[in-house]
Design a protein around this ligand. Structure first.
Ligand code: FE2
Length: 204
């Protein structure tokens, strides 16, 4: 179904995803299993583009945006919408926790990197993630990458899930020469979507 900006967001879909993810992480699990099962849940969430509030899909003229959609009360996971304007990209960066990236609108380019001594070198070709596709990152799988909007003329939106409160995690970004600089990303929004007014919102 094409995206309809005039329809009210179906927040029940995001609420169901939050519940499913919390249930998954409440069970004994190892990271590969959590990533595999979490990726299937995320793929289902992004298969329909009728639930993301407009306020969390707004691009910025010069910088990519990261809107917190939900953070688990124990900070076991957070869900973020990344909005990329044309030409916008992250620096090379790490995460230090597991992460899942799923494209909701448009397309993204992802380049992984490996550390070799003091240098960072590309790890494989640039991967183009199309709408509906999901990619995983983690310290165990490879945690360094650079992400950019694949579309030259339109915003792209991806939904990310991380194994922590990602906006508060101490991480590292790298310049083109591989020089590190610490950062804590924070979030672009001050308020999160109200998922819990079940009197107003239809279940998916
Ligand atoms: Fe990333």
């Amino acid at each position: 179904m094409p995206y309809d900006a005039d329809a009210p967001p179906n927040l029940g879909r995001l609420r169901a995803f939050v519940g499913d993810l919390a249930a998954l992480l409440a069970e004994p699990h190892d990271e590969p299993r959590a990533l595999e099962a979490g990726a299937a849940l995320l793929a289902r969430l992004i298969a329909k583009d009728d639930w993301l509030p407009e306020a969390c899909a707004q691009p910025h003229p010069t910088r990519y945006r990261q809107y917190l959609l939900h953070c688990d009360s124990r900070e076991r996971f957070s869900i973020v919408s990344f909005v990329w304007g044309p030409g916008q990209a992250t620096p090379i960066h790490d995460h230090t926790v597991w992460g899942l990236v799923g494209v909701l609108r448009g397309a993204e380019l992802s380049q992984r990197y490996l550390r070799v001594g003091p240098r960072l070198i590309p790890d494989g070709p640039v991967r183009r993630l199309e709408r509906g596709e999901v990619e995983a990152v983690s310290p165990a799988l490879g945690d360094l990458h650079q992400v950019s909007n694949a579309l030259p003329d339109k915003p792209s939106v991806s939904i990310h899930v991380y194994g922590g409160n990602i906006g508060a995690v101490r991480r590292t970004a790298y310049d083109a020469a591989g020089r590190p600089s610490p950062f804590i990303s924070g979030y672009s929004n001050a308020t999160t979507p109200n998922l819990w007014d079940v009197s107003r919102q239809e279940a998916p």
